[in-house]
Design a protein around this ligand. Sequence first.
Ligand SMILES: Nc1ncnc2c1ncn2[C@@H]1O[C@H](COP(=O)(O)OP(=O)(O)O)[C@@H](O)[C@H]1O
Ligand SMILES: [Mg+2]
Length: 244
Amino acid sequence: MLVQLRGVTRRFGSREVLKGIDLDLCEGETLVVLGQSGSGKSVLLKHINGLLRPDSGGVTVLGCDVGRLPERDLVELRRRVSYIFQMGALFDSLNVGENVAFPLREHTTLGEGEVRERVAAYLGRVGLAGTERLTTAELSGGMRKRVALARGLVLEPAVILYDEPTAGLDPLTGLAITRLIREISEGGETASLVVTHDLAVARELGGKVAFLRDGRFVFRGELEQAACEDGLVGEFVRAGGVRD
Ligand SMILES: Nc1ncnc2c1ncn2[C@@H]1O[C@H](COP(=O)(O)OP(=O)(O)O)[C@@H](O)[C@H]1O
Ligand SMILES: [Mg+2]
């Protein structure tokens, strides 16, 4: 088991955002967490790489108790757990190559030649070979996401957390990014957790989905099954064009 959450709760002021979350993610597994905006999806992800700590319950990632890990060990953990932020969050003062090289320079002792090789390899993997010298201002929305993906992959993480990977993209570009995520997750040991309100992502990735509502998982199973559910889960999934 790479990621295990048990009874995780978290409040901000008087608002309880997570109300008892259990979650398991194994090697090679992809789980899509669906939920409306504001349902706590990003808060959930931030508990897995230790950006937030739970009020109660257990968060175990790669064998570490994330809730109790000292800050310096969290840095090491984040090297193995990649968080791909909602909006890509590139450094605008760095060019594409420097953005992708950033984690390598922060976390490894690789020499310049090796850094350059790895950056080229991962840019190639996301369909952006040879774009090292572009500035972030020259990138389209889809290209920004690809660069963010390359940067998230370059340390060869054990767990990848995707936060709304298609947010702000047109449907075709969103589909291309989702297919890339599928390619990355297929056939490897990497575990992927994808949080989204975009049903097209869940459809394209296939497999298991979990539905977050009011701080709890109210459904776990196949997407087609979710479309047959009563209430919000069924309505949400059918509204995204998934039929039973
Ligand atoms: N750092 C924070 N401080 C206070 N409230 C927060 C913080 N982060 C998230 N929240 C609140 O938690 C709720 C869930 O947020 P979030 O996880 O970002 O939702 P989602 O990603 O599903 O759209 C929201 O009501 C948000 O305002
Ligand atoms: Mg969010």
